[in-house]
Design a protein around this ligand. Sequence first.
Ligand code: ZN
Length: 590
Amino acid sequence: MHYPENWDLETFFKGGSESTEFQTFLNETGKEQDQLEADLKGTLTEDELVNGLVRVQEIAVRAQHAGGFVSCLTAQNVKDKQALLLQGQLLELSAKQQNLVASLDQMLAELDENAFAQLIARLELEDVTFNLNEKRQKAKDKLSPEEEKLASGLAIDGYHAWGNFYNQAVGRMEIPFEEDGETKLLSAGQLQNRMNSSDRSVREKAFKVNEEAWQKEADVFSQTLNHLAGFRLKLYEARGWTNVLKEPLSYNRMQEQTLNAMWDTITANKPALYKFMEKKAELIGVDKLSFHDVTAPLPVENDQKISYQEACELIIKHFRTFSPELADFTEGALRDGWIEAEDRPGKRPGGFCTGFPLKKQSRIFMTYDGSMANVATLAHELGHAYHTYCLKEKQPFARQYAMNVAETASTFAETIVADALVEEATDKELKLSLLENKISRALAFFMNIHARFLFETRFYEARKTKSLSVNELNALMEEAQREAYGEQLSAYSPTFWASKLHFHITGVPFYNFPYTFGYLFSLGIYKQAAESEGSFEQAYISLLEDTASMTVEELAQKHLQADLTDSSFWQQAIDVVLKDVEEFVRLSEQ
Ligand SMILES: [Zn+2]
């Protein structure tokens, strides 16, 4: 079997970005939106409302299908100007879609209890009762529709603008950096890459330059952060919300008890991870790791490469030991041109997976260069495609899973392959570097993200009464890092509140703990799968099918018989990492 390295987009629309077939599809979708908008005017009967809810989902599927096509076009060739124009058309389509959904949400909120109960009992909406209940509850938690409309209107200039301003200001940063005997002007992103270099002297210098550069601009960024947080808090106050975690928790469909159980279990296990940090420091040749050392790669001499064909076969083989269905699915995806993997210029960096719901297919984008990390990325993206595949028969509202479960299937797939690579490595140095890679990733979730969470919760609490100065922000950040890293580092990054984009994202609040949740949730499932004998596959598939149809506590209870508010689930997930730490320590002492 030879697996193609280029994807097939012709299946969806012929002719790439010049496709007339696609243009017609876009126009028709726009017309359907206009028609629905007209049909939603005035007071609706129950039948009309049900019909509206069904149609808005059908249009959402078309919009997603179109969105997938445009993402693929813009990624495969960054110079495709026509594809960029299509992106503009698509933005209009999704703005209209949001308005339609908002009108329907409002109608749901306005129904009396009886009418609402009758509505969700309708067969056409059987799949989405959870989602409709959720929409109604969310609307009830907010202000009146008029007030919310005013707030979101004001947010354009008073809230999102601060986020945009942050991005622009960061985009303009040019940081002088001495390299190869000359002074180069680097962007913030380029400097960040230097901090991940496998050469410690480069990272050390980049770290120092980075801290100075952000400190220089800190006055400006303390304004953006204080103001966007102030806006958010004022709105929460008006809605009567006192807990700053209310919005992120409800968005992620989880309880605060679950969040606390997760962090408490992580904290209790940190001392076992310090051993890894000590060993890594030894291998690098320093007394204590610095902030930039924790996730930096070890310098490796023999850089083993795996061809794309070998990678495909290896992934299928190891997937099969866990789940024959996942393996069959993967074989089909690899064979039928779902993946764009070729290493050629003109492609966008990074990787993603996007769905084409009208054909029940997905497409994966990446640039495969033969590194071990690439094999893991391919497995990761195939996991995303499998998740989409498991949800394919659900109604669109019931496919909208939250950020904290978005990485369940991908992390699961990646872990299978990463574990197999460690298992199969015969060279000690390679084995150490593969293990190091896995553990570092865990450390980012347990320590770096924990520091972000501690900082953000404390910052928002303090911001309720006043704006914080640069010095206060720096101190708060360093304190959070010292706590999250258990005082194990030789240097911290006090300006991290300014340099990390995530604190300035206005679309979603608290862009941190869902990452850690998702990672550990997936490891917990992986542990159960590894221990069960053959009975696991169906439970796993059913769990993925339900990811957007219940809370995470219900999801774990129903499919894993686990209580997420209790530490035992989290402990068995962390045990997977601790096993790697033991192996790493043992090998490095040999
Ligand atoms: Zn992912």
